[in-house]
Write a protein that binds this ligand. Structure first.
Ligand code: ZN
Length: 491
């Protein structure tokens, strides 16, 4: 199966602690997926810093143009996640319809969508249109309703702020709880007179946290306002804090770095070994993290019986350390390049005769062509059999073209291999040096780390004795290497 990879990042970009995966990572994930299924990558298209709403993305336009003109040579379009390709109902529907018309498949790794079979292709447009429509309708309806409530000065979100209550059914106007309102006033007054949040929390016996106090002090509802979707409205409810006190407190509050929103963005841990780690029981080990986000690990997909896991930072650093070590071990590089040389020599031994065979085939086709051309010249071809001979001739010419192309390609591969045979050790040394330099300059950049790993490591297998067997992309039978012992429960 021949794949076209499509990747996109939004105008906000893709620093690793943001919510987006970089184009490089998206492509690599797709490549891994394709590799695991024995497919080939025909091309990659990407749109960096474009919104999914924007239909004039150059990569997407190229993709659509290929489909329109019927010149697409790939079988299946693959994306890291569905929203990389399409967000709006109309645009999405059009793309999927064109894929279907051109009998092209579609795969999205994250959502586990595989529409590369004929049935899947037929389903694709229906499902997409349905799902998008539903989602847009719901989101749009909810937002609309909430904004109209806020505009009226009523409270649109479910849980009212502390010291406020919702009115009777269907009444969204906030009501003051007088007893709790005294607590709010007390907290505002204490803060205004320079009492530390920690001491305020102590006074209330820890029933409200330091962060809870800060959130309360920032909440404009206490000054009679309704804030929704970044906009401020005059509320219908009674204010608990007078304007002067509220403003005084605002001036004292520490600046927030994320535009007033108090909850920090959750950071996504970049699992640079995803798709590479195997458990001793034969299954994959997949990325996982604790709910608190404090512990990241790779876990066996058999969570009932096997339950094996390993700390992500521990194994990642061990693997990168190994790549670094290779660089400093010339004898290891020699062993690897000797094995590569052996494999390439074998390939050449098998394929050089193929070139000769192809050559003979071309000579034979040429003889046939000459015969027909002579028949034309000598007048043996007349108006009755002209069509027959013409058809035969064009078939032979087509065959000659195909054989020549195959021969040309094989010759290219062979001659490349022959040159490489002498340069592998240099190349490998250079590659390792490049990656290790990049890692030294950028030790925490997940893209650099992932690239270095993918360039050198084919798979990582856990053994029963809690060690990990590292299979290099160029591993030799004797080139086995062991990672340091990593206990499953170590952090
Ligand atoms: Zn397992």
């Amino acid at each position: 199966m021949k794949y076209l990879i499509y990747a996109r990042v939004s105008p906000k970009g893709s620093s690793w602690d943001g919510n987006e995966t970089s184009v490089k990572m998206q492509i690599q994930m797709c490549r891994d997926y394709i590799k695991a299924r024995g497919g080939t990558v025909l091309r990659e298209l990407s749109d960096e810093f474009f919104s999914a709403k924007d239909k004039n993305r150059p990569g997407l336009q190229e993709l659509l143009a290929e489909l329109k003109s019927g010149t697409a040579e790939w079988d299946t379009l693959i994306v890291y996640r569905l929203d990389r390709l399409t967000r709006s109902l109309r645009d999405g529907g059009e793309i999927f319809e064109m894929l279907r018309e051109n009998a092209k498949g579609f795969v999205s790794i994250t959502e586990n969508i595989d529409f590369s079979s004929p049935v899947g292709r037929a389903m694709m447009s229906i499902i997409n249109v349905f799902a998008q429509f539903e989602r847009e309708q719901t989101a749009e309806r909810v937002k609309h309703k909430m904004v109209s409530i806020a505009e009226k000065g009523e409270f649109p979100v479910s849980v009212p702020p502390f010291a406020y209550m919702r009115g009777e059914k269907h009444d969204n106007v906030l009501k003051v709880d007088p007893r709790k309102a005294e607590i709010v006033k007390d907290i505002f007054n204490m803060y205004a007179s320079n009492i530390q949040t920690m001491d305020i929390a102590k006074k209330y016996h820890g029933t409200i946290s330091k962060q809870g106090i800060l959130n309360m002090l920032r909440n404009k509802a206490y000054a009679g306002k309704i804030v929704y979707a970044g906009k401020e409205y005059q509320g219908k409810h009674d204010r608990i804090i007078q304007e002067e006190l509220f403003d005084k407190v605002q001036a004292k509050l520490p600046q927030t770095t994320n535009g007033g929103r108090s909850r920090p963005k959750s950071q996504k841990y970049p699992y640079i070994l995803s798709g590479l780690v195997h458990c001793h029981c034969g299954r994959y080990m997949t990325p996982a993290s604790m709910k608190s986000g404090s512990f990241h690990y790779y876990r066996c997909t058999d969570i009932v019986n096997c339950k094996t896991y390993v700390s992500a930072p521990a194994i990642e650093n061990a693997v990168l350390g190994k790549i670094n070590q290779l660089d400093t071990q010339p004898e290891m590089i020699m062993e690897i390049t000797d094995e590569i040389k052996r494999q390439k020599t074998e390939f050449l031994k098998e394929n050089k005769p193929n070139i000769a065979n192809l050559n003979n085939a071309i000579i034979n086709v040429n003889l046939e062509i000459n015969k027909i051309e002579n028949a034309f010249l000598s007048g043996l071809v007349n108006s009755q059999n002209k069509d027959f001979w013409n058809e035969k001739l064009s078939k032979l010419l087509e065959e000659k073209k195909e054989l020549s192309l195959r021969k040309e390609n094989l010759q290219k591969v062979v001659s490349n291999l022959e040159t490489e045979l002498f340069n592998d050790a240099d190349f490998l040394t250079q590659q390792l040096k490049t990656f290790n330099d990049a890692l030294k300059n950028n030790p925490n950049d997940p893209d650099t780390r992932r690239t270095a790993i993918l360039a050198n490591i084919k798979e990582i297998t856990r053994t029963g004795d809690e060690r990990f067997y590292l299979k290099l992309n160029y591993s030799t039978p004797n080139g086995k290497d062991w990672l340091p012992r990593l206990d499953s429960n170590q952090d």
